[in-house]
Design a protein. Structure first.
Lengths: 263, 295
């Protein structure tokens, strides 16, 4: 059985591709799946930081492609999950160091011994994007409910459709109170504009910044409220028919009440 | 600019005495071209470009904003000018229209113009030389040319940097953004002295030790600090509405951008960090203090 090869892309940068890749990967590994995460952002790698493996990189993707090392030598095993591995991007090279054909071949190789190959795509729609997509057979498009992110996502959706790659959306960093106040687009609006199915909806949470800085995907921390949400996205990705997370915010008074109890 | 011309300029610089006796040949004072870049996407390059541009225009400077993100343009949206885009940067470069026809005047300020990026084209459709010529043309007409760079360090980045003489690095207080910014600084010409804007700072998180401070960021980057912008949901609203806060005299975000603009024009008295939090914290912390003696 060959792995599912999924590219996580967005067009716009900074909407959460790397965070999504890391957490979705960890959530799948937690379910016992064999997962490899591939950072294709050659020259601007960050997946290693988010996964906390930056000090353990010996070989990278470009060195594998150039035959300087074996693929298995370049795979970094996650310390928390036996079945989770990371293939880092080269930091001092540029995106033209690898071709689409090489990328497709390498992802095919990884697919042989895994259940999921999750490809973290660079921002933009240049060479790096084309490389990342070349290795994938399906896509997750991450967007935030902002007009600029949606416009960029729309452009990427068009490019994926040209290549006949099936895709689903993750709408990231939703602030329910802003949606309610009419200051932010709703989930339904975003799905409608992009004309695609929604795989998950993730609220804006300051826990992401802290866990990213510490290199601990927040899926690992059950006290993080996003952990359960990524868990559900992993289940939906595997075909379970779960409703999307309800993001209705507690009122300011219920927030206060919780704070008062906690104090 | 042709090679001979460049050499001539150098000759003057190296021989100041002789140069002083030669009148500059009716040279137009060229404006300053500044690229706004970051490496990492989504840290606020476009928002910064729009707001610093608006703030410079409010100081009476003639400003043009150039969207170099061909294929993924957004500066027109942030400025609320998306319905006025008729021609774009590639139309000018390819000679389809005159520069004047492609410049879009801002609705709010007569000093502020936008040159939009092409949406249905690719970054490969422009090269570094073409970009340099275009930016120089703009420098003849404007005091400030702010170039909104695409994310990444591919061709789009090289094109955006090509015509500039100065860079503003936008970075958020996150390790990934700092690493990317550091990489970008290393790719800029050695004789540049890029300045730093730390964007989306949450002082409350910094105090709790859950976010890097400005000093943490700059311990790695070591760049002159141009400004600090607080994280406020108002930015999202402003982007969706196409109304840069820099135009709003009552906005705290606007004040931070206006201070940056003042510093760009050489006003050393403008602070890099404008106080952004109301005295005594926000609503919730006040409520907490009232009921539990907590701060």
């Amino acid at each position: 059985m060959s792995a599912r090869r999924i590219v996580v892309t967005s067009g716009k940068g900074g909407v959460g591709k790397t965070t999504t890749t890391a957490n979705l990967g960890a959530a799948l590994a937690k379910k016992g799946r064999r997962v490899v995460l591939v950072d294709t952002d050659i020259g601007l790698r960050n997946l290693d930081l988010v996964m906390g493996v930056e000090k353990r990189i010996v070989f990278d993707l470009v060195e594998v492609v150039e035959g300087r090392c074996q693929l298995r030598q370049a795979l970094i095993r996650d310390k928390r999950f036996e079945s989770l591995k990371i293939l880092a991007a080269a930091q001092t090279r540029d995106k033209t160091a690898v071709s689409e054909e090489q990328m497709d071949k390498l992802m095919g190789e990884l697919a042989k011994s895994n259940d999921y190959v999750i490809i973290d795509c660079p921002a933009g729609i240049e060479h790096g994007f084309r490389n990342a997509v070349a290795g994938a057979r399906e896509a997750i498009v991450v967007t935030t409910p902002e007009v600029s992110a949606i416009r960029d996502a729309d452009r990427v959706v068009g490019k994926l459709r040209e290549r006949e790659i099936p895709l689903q959306l993750i709408i990231n960093r939703v602030r329910p109170e802003m949606v309610k106040a009419g200051e932010m687009m709703s989930i339904e609006d975003v799905g409608e504009i992009l004309g695609a199915d929604i795989l998950g909806v993730i609220p804006d949470d300051e826990g992401v910044i802290d866990t990213t800085n510490r290199g601990e995907p927040l899926v690992l921390d059950q006290t993080q409220k996003l952990a359960a949400i990524y868990g559900r996205i992993a289940r939906r990705l595997e075909g379970e028919d779960l409703p999307l997370t309800d993001l209705d915010p507690p009122s300011v008074f219920s927030k206060f009440f919780t704070m008062w109890k906690a104090g | 600019m042709n090679v001979e011309g460049t050499d001539l300029m150098h000759a003057f610089e190296e021989a100041p005495l002789e140069a002083a006796s030669v009148e500059a040949p009716a040279a137009v004072a060229l404006g300053r071209a500044i690229v706004i870049t970051s490496g990492k996407g989504g840290v606020g390059k476009t928002t910064t470009t729009a707001n610093v541009g608006a703030a410079l225009a409010a100081l009476g400077k003639r400003v043009v904003l150039v969207d170099a993100d061909i294929g993924l343009r957004n500066l027109d949206l942030v400025l609320g000018l998306e319905n006025r885009v008729r021609y774009h940067l590639l139309d000018v470069i390819e000679g389809n229209v005159e520069l004047d026809e492609a410049l879009i005047r801002d609705k709010r300020s007569a000093n502020l113009y936008l040159l939009a990026a092409a949406q249905a084209r690719e970054k490969e459709d422009v090269d570094v030389d073409e970009m340099q010529r275009l930016i120089e043309q703009l420098r003849e007409r404007f005091e400030y040319v702010l170039i909104d760079c695409p994310a990444g360090i591919e061709l789009g980045f090289r094109n955006a940097v090509a015509g500039a003489q100065h860079a503003i690095i936008v970075c958020t207080p996150e390790v990934s953004a700092v690493r990317d910014a550091d990489r970008v600084v290393g790719l800029l010409p050695n004789d540049w002295s890029p300045e730093l804007i730390v964007n989306r700072l949450r002082p409350a998180l910094v105090r709790k030790g859950k976010m890097l401070s400005v000093d943490d960021v700059n311990a790695i980057l070591r760049l002159p600090l141009l400004g600090v912008i607080p994280d406020e949901p108002a930015v999202i609203v402003a982007t969706n509405k196409g109304e840069p806060p820099a135009f709003d005299p009552n906005s705290r975000l606007g004040a931070a951008y206006r201070a940056i603009a003042a510093r760009i024009t050489g006003d050393e008295t403008a602070p890099a960090e404008v106080p952004t939090e109301p005295e005594g914290g926000g609503f919730l912390s006040k409520l907490g203090a009232l009921f539990g003696g907590r701060s």
